[in-house]
Design a protein around this ligand. Structure first.
Ligand SMILES: N[C@@H](CCC(=O)N[C@@H](CS)C(=O)NCC(=O)O)C(=O)O
Length: 216
């Protein structure tokens, strides 16, 4: 069975959301954040110590957007867009944009705004990257004009990838910067059953001690 190593509301939430949308069976290992400090045996799963880590038989993957694409494609699900479909290019663009362009600046807001010890925090860095993130939302706002989803007129893992960045923005208090189309889109995404089930799964999970047998 698929195993997902996850920290609450971290990028691994993308994978949890995709698993619930796809209705795939999985084992969830909920780790304390950051695992590299508080779950050292996790280094045996992912030598970087980052989440997500997904194990599917002998395969281990650690990139959230790639894992979502992998799961949807392997399931032959409409959550992936195939190479012979018209929106294949935009699908790849948005799936990667969600992580590489939108989430990267947010991690600097998080790190230098709150995670670092007080003496290492930098309001200037946090503010600069908050603005960077908000500026990059312009592309999402334009893409959603008269559309409910980013590609192919259907929900795909590209929406999970970008949607997670919007979720993190809310956590970081940047949600008030959402413009009209983004606010409408985000409201729709978070009402999905898959999103709610993923939230419930992390709420219901017990913290995993990696020395223990798998949960469930
Ligand atoms: N590009 C990777 C980034 C993975 C990553 O950096 N995850 C963060 C959580 S959001 C993490 O595990 N941070 C803990 C650390 O760096 O020690 C992805 O999209 O999955």
């Amino acid at each position: 069975m698929i195993r997902l190593y996850h920290c609450r509301d971290a990028r691994s939430f993308r994978v949890l959301w995709a698993l619930e949308e796809l209705a795939l069976p999985y084992e969830l290992f909920l780790l304390p954040f950051p695992p590299r400090a508080f779950a050292k045996p996790f280094f045996e799963v992912n030598l970087l110590g980052t989440v997500p880590a997904l194990q599917d038989g002998p395969l281990t993957m650690t990139e959230s957007a790639a894992i979502c694409h992998y799961l949807a494609a392997r399931a032959h699900s409409s959550l992936a867009i195939a190479p012979d479909e018209e929106d294949f290019g935009p699908f790849l663009q948005w799936t990667h944009f969600g992580e590489a362009t939108l989430t990267f600046p947010q991690t600097l807001v998080l790190r230098y705004g709150s995670l670092e010890p007080a003496e290492r925090r930098s309001p200037q860095v946090a503010e600069d990257y908050r603005r960077w993130f908000v500026g990059r939302l312009r592309a999402v706002e334009a893409a959603l004009a008269s559309k409910d989803f980013l590609c192919a007129n259907r929900f795909t893992v590209a929406d999970i990838s970008v949607g997670y960045a919007l979720m993190l923005a809310e956590v970081l208090g940047i949600g008030e910067a959402f413009t009209t189309n983004i606010a409408r889109y985000w409201t729709t995404l978070k009402q999905r059953d898959g999103f709610r089930l993923a939230k419930a799964a992390q709420d219901d999970a017990s913290p995993t001690s990696l020395g223990d047998p798998p949960p469930g």
